[in-house]
Write a protein that binds this ligand. Structure first.
Ligand code: IMP
Length: 199
């Protein structure tokens, strides 16, 4: 059975990606599970650049297929912050309970029609003797007036999706994965993954 290594230390992302790849005949490992302890500097200016930086860095350490994702939250009325800085925004060791509350406080007087936001995910797939391929998925939503839900991770409790009238933290993982930025990006690279797994 072939192995896919997910190039991230973010446990929330790994859980989602593992769930999305269920059904493919493949063993999915985190970098840690694959014995790779690598601190990759994400100094790209875009999500795609950062996903490629991660995938290319890992390429040097393994012959397995690599999936790297770089993702984040863009809030329109904050000039698309935190964007590519989502993980480091307001301090990388600050809890998301605190980060989310700070964002809610900043937006407390902002009317609903100006609270637009989106999650963006760039995904890069790399394998030996293959060019790195990338895909981008987004999900549109808005920043709610209070945190809601206990699933997911990161900014999920404050990111609301109009159609479901609730936050992505208030959705079962299967539903979030179906509609999410990461789910959409992964759907685009799935055909490439299937080909790589058959080689
Ligand atoms: P990365 O590891 O540099 O891609 O960091 C992405 C950051 O964006 C995460 O640490 C979260 O703060 C945020 N993020 C990305 N995707 C999601 C999501 O699906 N839900 C909540 N937060 C997310």
């Amino acid at each position: 059975m072939k192995t896919i290594i997910v190039a991230t230390q973010n446990e929330g992302k790994v859980v989602e990606i593992k769930n999305m790849l269920m059904g493919l005949n493949v063993e999915v490992k985190t970098m840690l599970e694959a014995g790779i302890d690598l601190d990759i500097e994400e100094n790209g200016k875009t999500f795609v650049e950062n996903a490629c930086i991660k995938a290319e860095a890992l390429r040097l350490y393994t012959d397995a297929i690599i999936i790297a994702d770089d993702s984040g939250l863009e809030i329109d009325c904050l000039n698309k912050e935190p964007g590519v800085y989502s993980a480091r925004y307001l301090g990388k060791d600050t809890s998301y309970t605190v980060k989310n509350q700070i964002i809610l406080d900043r937006l407390k007087d902002v009317p609903k029609d100006q609270r637009g936001a989106r999650f963006v995910c760039a995904m890069a797939v790399a394998a030996p003797h293959s060019p790195t391929i990338t895909a981008v998925g987004t999900i549109e939503g808005y920043i709610g007036y209070e945190a809601k839900g206990s699933h997911g991770f990161g900014y999920d409790p404050i990111f609301f999706v109009e159609e479901f009238e609730t936050s992505t933290a208030d959705m079962p993982m299967d539903l979030k994965n179906k509609i999410s930025h990461r789910g959409k990006a992964l759907k685009q690279v799935k055909e490439t993954l299937k080909v790589l797994l058959e080689e």
